[in-house]
Design a binder for this molecule. Sequence first.
Ligand code: SAH
Length: 362
Amino acid sequence: MPVDDARRPSDLRARLIATILRDGPIPVDRFMVACLSDPNEGYWQRPATIGARGDFITAPEISQVFGELIGLWCAVTWGLMGTPAPMRLIELGPGKGTLMADMQRTLAKAAPRLHAATQVHFVETSTPMREAQASAVAQLSAFPPIWHAALAEVDDGPSFVIANEFIDALPIRQFVFDGQAWRERLVGCTGAGELAFTLGPVRTDFQIGPARAGDVLELRPAQDDVLAQLAARTGPTMALFIDYGPAAHAFGDTLQAMRHHAYADVLAAPGTCDLTAHVQFASLAQTARSLGLAVDGPMTQAEFLGGLGLAVRTSRLMAANPRDAAAIELAAQRLVAPSGMGTLFKVLCVRTQGLPVPPPFG
Ligand code: SAH
């Protein structure tokens, strides 16, 4: 019988409270790491998190056209790079492996030379996700995929790096401006034994502004680590970061918990909800540039998929599957909806200096 985990007494919650009572309140990123990556009760240890029956849905799970278009992007971009071989196709946080499966199917049909020259690398920390990825791409890739815990583990050489909704899952730190100074937002514990947000001491080392009382600044140190690992690669590398968040810098508390496709209380049931926060594309781009990488975009997901031929691809798929035509069209529209994913999601290309600007950025 399924257990309602939200009501099951959580050892993780008890351990967090014990730690806080012993050592004091903890930063938000430490709380997120515990909730998402605890080896026993972390959210990413759960078997069914993504999809209609899980907690949230992502673009590759909505429409196969998403992965097909990114596969075609690789094919065209590989040509612009001078068709280097072997090629590494590295995916960060690949979830159920659906995006890679759709890409591989497309490459096998539309770009067999690239397909034959491609080694798939998955950067994934979750065991259930690794299992899902293995079955999703079985028989589809030219060589058996290789799994890694971090991008730095992937051997050097010409590479594509694809990250869809990966950065949003990396932990953030939050700082609140109280009108005079910045203070870190921490997770503490009330007298009644409940987890609650609190503020740390004034940060005299922070000179960020102009800011108004109540503004929240979110920093994501793990994002800088990923970019540093990308910059350290010596072979020509083309990376696509697809995620949700603003193009220009914005203050705000964007930490959110999702459970069964609805917003949940971030602190209520640690380890049972997906925790994410907006990706600040301006800082992603700025850090990449400061590390010597070239950056294109960000552009909206609607512009990106539209520029790669979403309409043509979708109508072909509809013609080949007339019975499912309405559902196929609806799914594709959802990816580019002006008041939804189409504009909330952005795409940033980060590449080795000197490589040509890839479509549809150029
Ligand atoms: N890209 C997928 C899944 C997004 S969910 C999709 O579009 O459907 C985030 C994914 O990142 C999950 O697979 C999760 O297990 C993985 N993940 C989260 N933190 C990670 C980390 N620090 N290193 C590697 N993978 C991570």
